[in-house]
Every structure is written in structure tokens, then in C-alpha cells.
Design a protein. Structure first.
Length: 443
């Protein structure tokens, strides 16, 4: 009997998780063990294991990537391409969200603002406590994250922007160094990166168990009926995310690289499933990098430079969601937004999506900031709380997919010929063989 591939197992685990979650309640017990607690334990163990390696993976991947890039002109070229792609794709995503929100008008039901029909979610007070005191001045805090006073504290608080800047500087100056000592340090970085990737592969092998626990816990807590009060808003967000991810982005791959978007989806499928179930870009990063290198054939030089950066600043799905949410809330309150105000929302969504991920309450904080800017009460955040957790899974998948799209396009522009050149199974065999040969060479 043919052994099932990892992504098949993850997909089966998602289905089983949804089934088991729909059959259990939040206060259910089995053999005196709380079922929800068991689901949560499985999911949290998997997420914690992934998050455990995120900091060393980001640091080593970026430094190693900078070493692999080459000299100053190559570093500058790749950096400019990366930032330009991320900004352009993020603006496109937000404009798609803006168009969808104006087309479907989810905040208007039968010609009437939906505020009174929906009511505020019961947990609005809890969210307001988490975002209390947030203001436009928080943008300065986002900028300060680029250069944290205490790098260790920044790592503990999951403020990745400062770590990325520090790693970029370390990699850049190490790349400029010559001599035996510098080469020894470069070899240590390369070997450490290989060790982290092996640990990553071990953790990923337990993904089906973790995904089962995550999905089962979510369905047990929320149930499928949670979508009913905000069905049209939910459909609007998912539709906009789908258009951006699987129409605009895949079209960009086809036009700019002449490569097969379907083949890229096949290569990144395990990472997509992991991002969907975990709803965490940081936790999905190790799986994303592994799929991009071993299944898509994108070089370590490009993936180790772009993907850690993308996991923090390339938040297409998050920016799109913020835009749709703010427009929806404005419509629900009967507020007419001018074109200038809507353009302002677009810019604010892009900026907050880049830096607000490290702030507690994440996108909810960003939406609260934008609501304040356009003159809506912070309590309005309660209108979207019911579906936020489920939509977080969708937008995280789009965030991750955007990183893969970017790495594919930039890698192709850098002249890489192996990208998507073989079927997934053959590509994995080839990459593993090359890695084994490189390990023997360095031994």
C-alpha cells in the first residue's frame, strides 16, 4: 500500500478535526478528561514547537541568506525587488478588499445599516480592554520596533522587526568580511541553519496531530453557526481573499515567470494547510520555507532572505481584511465614506499590517486604530468578533501564499532555472540528494 504524503495526512486531520469538534461540546468529558482541553493540548504543543524555533530560524535564515546572496550589488538588487514586490502586492490586496466591500456592501441589509440587527458581540468589553489606550501615536511605536533597545526583550515579546533588522546587519557585515576567521563563522552559520531545518522537519512530521487538535478545538468552541449572523461579511472577505490569492497572484506568476501556478499550489499545499489551521504566519514560516526549497525548488539564497522578512511585513491577507472590516463597520453604522477617506483607509491598512502584528490583539488593534482615525467608536470592533478567529485562518493562508508567490517571482527574476521544473516528488528527491551531497562535502 502506498504511503500517504504529509499534506494528505494534514488534510485528513483537518476533516477529522472538524467532525470531532462538531460532535463535542465545550464542557464534554471522556474518561474524566475534558475533551476541549485535550484538543487544545494537541494544538498548543504543535504551535509551541513551531514557535520555539521561529526566532533562531529567522536569525539564522536571514544571516545565511545574506551570506549566500553575494556582494553589495546583489544584496541591493534582491532587497529592492523584495520590498517593491511586497508593497505593490499589499496595495493591490487592499484595493481588492475595498472594491469587494463597496460592491457587496455587507454592512447594509435590505437597504438598512446592519448595526441594530447584528448587535455587539458579548466579548466586546474584553477586546476593548486589550486595545484600550491605542491611538494614532502607536505608529511611532511601530517605527521604534525597527531598533529595539533590548533585543532579548523584543524576542520575548515577539517583536520580529527588530530581530530582522539586526540579522540583516549581521549578515551584511559578515558577508563583507574576508579571511579564515570570517569563513569559519560563515560555516558555523550555515551548519547551524542546517540543524534548525532538521529540527523543523521533525516538528513538521507531527503536523497532522497538531492540526487535528487545532481544528477540533476551534469547531468545538465556535461551531459552524457562528458564521450565520455575519454571513455576508464573511463571504465578502473570503471572496476578496480568493480573488487576490488565486486570481491576481496566480496570474502574476503566469505572466511574470511563465511557470505553472497549479504546480506552485501543489508544492506549497502542506504550508497552506498549516497556515490555515494555525492562523499564525510566524508558526507557519518553517513549513513555508521547507516547501519552497524542497518542493518548489526555490533556492535557499532567496527563501532564507525573503520569507522571514515576508512573515513579518508581507501581510496581504491581513491588510485586505482590515480594509473590508472598517468599510463594513462604517456601512453598518450608516456612515458615508468619501473617496479620500477610503484611500486613507487603504494606506492605513497597509502600514498597520506591516508593523502591528507584534502588538497584543494584532489585527483587532489595527482595525481599532483605523476606526478611531475615521471617527467610529472603538466599540464597533464588536461587530466582527464572532467571525474574526475563523477569518484569521483564511487571511493567514493568504499571507503565507503571498510569500511563496514573491519568492517564486523574485527567484525567477534572479535567473533560477530549477523553480517548479520537476513534479513535486521528483523535486523533493533532487533537493534531498543535493543537501546530502553538500553535507558530505562540508564534513
Amino acid at each position: 500500500m502506498k504511503k500517504l504524503k504529509l499534506h494528505h495526512l494534514i488534510f485528513i486531520a483537518m476533516i477529522l478535526g472538524a467532525i470531532f469538534g462538531s460532535l463535542t461540546s465545550t464542557d464534554g468529558y471522556l474518561l474524566k478528561i475534558p475533551i476541549l482541553g485535550f484538543y487544545t493540548l494537541l494544538g498548543d504543543l504543535f504551535l509551541n514547537a513551531l514557535k520555539m524555533i521561529v526566532i533562531p530560524l529567522i536569525m539564522l535564515a536571514i544571516v545565511n541568506g545574506m551570506i549566500s546572496v553575494g556582494q553589495d550589488d546583489q544584496i541591493g538588487r534582491l532587497g529592492i525587488k523584495t520590498v517593491a514586490f511586497y508593497l505593490i502586492s499589499c496595495f493591490i490586496a487592499v484595493f481588492i478588499g475595498l472594491a469587494a466591500a463597496n460592491l457587496f456592501t455587507p454592512g447594509i441589509v435590505n437597504g438598512v445599516p446592519a448595526k441594530d440587527m447584528l448587535g455587539l458581540a458579548a466579548s466586546t468589553g474584553e477586546v476593548l480592554q486589550r486595545v484600550e489606550g491605542r491611538s494614532i501615536g502607536d505608529f511611532s511605536q511601530i517605527i521604534l520596533q525597527f531598533f529595539p533597545a533590548n533585543l532579548v526583550k523584543a524576542a520575548l515579546e515577539n517583536q520580529l522587526l527588530g530581530l530582522i533588522i539586526f540579522a540583516l546587519l549581521c549578515g551584511y557585515f559578515l558577508n563583507q568580511m574576508q579571511g579564515k576567521a570570517a569563513q569559519t563563522l560563515k560555516d558555523m552559520v550555515n551548519a547551524s541553519y542546517d540543524v534548525i531545518m532538521k529540527i523543523t522537519m521533525l516538528i513538521i512530521s507531527f503536523a497532522p496531530i497538531g492540526v487535528f487538535g487545532l481544528i477540533a478545538a476551534i469547531v468545538t468552541r465556535t461551531g459552524f453557526e457562528a458564521l450565520q449572523p455575519l454571513a455576508w461579511f464573511f463571504v465578502t472577505v473570503v471572496f476578496a481573499l480568493f480573488i487576490h490569492a488565486f486570481v491576481v497572484s496566480t496570474l502574476a506568476v503566469k505572466v511574470l515567470t511563465r511557470l505553472s501556478p497549479v504546480r506552485l499550489i501543489q508544492a506549497m499545499f502542506p504550508a497552506l494547510l498549516t497556515a490555515f489551521s494555525s492562523a499564525s504566519s510566524a508558526a507557519s514560516l518553517p513549513v513555508n520555507m521547507e516547501c519552497a526549497q524542497n518542493r518548489a525548488g526555490i533556492s535557499k539564497r532567496v527563501t532564507s532572505f525573503m520569507m522571514p522578512l515576508g512573515a513579518t511585513i508581507n501581510m496581504n491577507g491581513t491588510a485586505l481584511y482590515e480594509c473590508v472590516a472598517v468599510i463594513f463597520i462604517a456601512q453598518a453604522y450608516g456612515m458615508q465614506l468619501s473617496l479620500m477617506t477610503q484611500f486613507f483607509i487603504v494606506v492605513a491598512a497597509v502600514l498597520t499590517s506591516i508593523g502591528v502584528a507584534a502588538v497584543p490583539a494584532a489585527s483587532l488593534v489595527a482595525i481599532t486604530l483605523i476606526l478611531t482615525m475615521v471617527g467610529l467608536p472603538a466599540e464597533a470592533i464588536g461587530l466582527i468578533l464572532v467571525t474574526d478567529r475563523i477569518l484569521d485562518m483564511f487571511r493567514t493562508s493568504v499571507n503565507m501564499w503571498g510569500d511563496a508567490i514573491g519568492a517564486t517571482i523574485i527567484g525567477h527574476s534572479e535567473g533560477e532555472k530549477d523553480i517548479l521544473s520537476l513534479p513535486v516528488d521528483q523535486m523533493e528527491e533532487k533537493q534531498l540528494k543535493l543537501q546530502a551531497e553538500e553535507a558530505l562535502k562540508n564534513a
